[in-house]
Write a new protein. Structure first.
Ligand code: 5GP
Ligand code: ZN
Length: 112
């Protein structure tokens, strides 16, 4: 499949991988928007939040376990933000479900 994050998860495109297991892969964002900015993706291709169903949603809970573990490992004691953009209005540019994790500075709210 011609999908950037499937290729990163399969190691066919290099990236700075922080963690992986049989279900998920976490890697640094190539264009970081905060001192810490990494992405967590399911290894199985899911297009977006819109494609989450009772058949594939188990991995979502696991993704949040991995996020909590990595944020502790990265020392983000001041807090952090988890963001998932969905579709054109949500600002999604890569069509493989991913969770941005941003931390290391104070983040504005609400987003633009
Ligand atoms: P979206 O805009 O879909 O929410 O987020 C896509 C994210 O993927 C962006 O933050 C962008 O910087 C990141 N990204 C795009 N291409 C690559 C790449 O080749 N490698 C890595 N590590 N991140 C990428
Ligand atoms: Zn994919």
């Amino acid at each position: 499949m011609d999908c950037l994050f499937c290729k990163i998860a399969a190691h066919s495109i290099p990236s700075a991988i922080l963690y992986e297991d049989d279900q998920v892969c976490a890697f640094k964002d190539i264009d970081p928007q905060a001192p810490t900015h990494f992405l967590v993706v399911p290894k199985a291709h899911i297009q977006s939040v819109d494609e989450i169903t009772s058949q594939n949603s188990g991995v979502i809970a696991h993704i949040y376990e991995v996020i909590a573990m990595l944020c502790k490992e990265q020392g983000l004691t001041g807090g952090y933000r988890v963001v998932t953009n969905c579709g054109a209005d949500g600002g999604q540019t890569v069509g493989h479900l991913h969770f941005h994790v941003l931390g290391g500075r104070s983040l504005a709210w609400p987003p633009g």
